[in-house]
Design a protein around this ligand. Sequence first.
Ligand code: PEP
Length: 257
Amino acid sequence: VTTRTPLMAGNWKMNLDHLQAIAFTQKLAWALKDAKHDFDDVEVAIFPPYTDLRSVQTLVDADKLSLSYGAQDVSAHDSGAYTGEISGAFLSALACRYVILGHSERRTLHAETDEVVGSKVKAALKHGLVPVICVGETSEDLEKFGASAVPVAQLKAALEGVEGTPDLVVAYEPVWAIGSGQAATPEQAQTVAKALRDALEELLGESVAAATRILYGGSVKSDNIAGFMREPDVDGALIGGASLKVDEFSAIARFRQ
Ligand code: PEP
């Protein structure tokens, strides 16, 4: 039996400048340290804006914080004439472990297609970053195709051409649940997480499917996290709004209590 370390991932979106990020990260580190014995076996990761990453790296290094971090997107390209883009090489140089890819806000507000997400997944892996691949259906998709079809198709497209035993995280985020206050039920999350794990097995084999953490995202809070974590195929959460409140986010990480 593979044991997957639960991952609680905080997506800050476009919030907190680098000075605010320093103050926030210090407070979060204290809250996590205070409760260390409670969640030694939970990985906590933060996803600040690009401009905060160097500051976060400095804090994590200086204080030896057991906090992972990553970026919210990456360029599909390595370097060159791509004004405004950030290379995976730059993120690796800042010791980022993760990068969020294909978030629904990127897909809808920045017209990211499955093909674009797929090329970013390859760029991330090439630079030693663990992609957190976001998939999820809209409410129209849910009505038309049921819950699993669109997320599974998005995952397959994102992994097109990926081979071997890549280190991946998949985040199931129903678009209708993001920022709406209306989370999916744990049963709904489990159904789709299982379908995604089956797709991983089909594409990359049993050991990758067993090792990959599948997160649920969409209006996760400290008072609903435990229900999701009881499901066998849900291995953590991607958290937006609640990740910007130290008490809420650290309470989510303490879901076992
Ligand atoms: C997200 O944007 O990834 C997310 C899950 O947001 P929220 O937790 O605010 O619904």
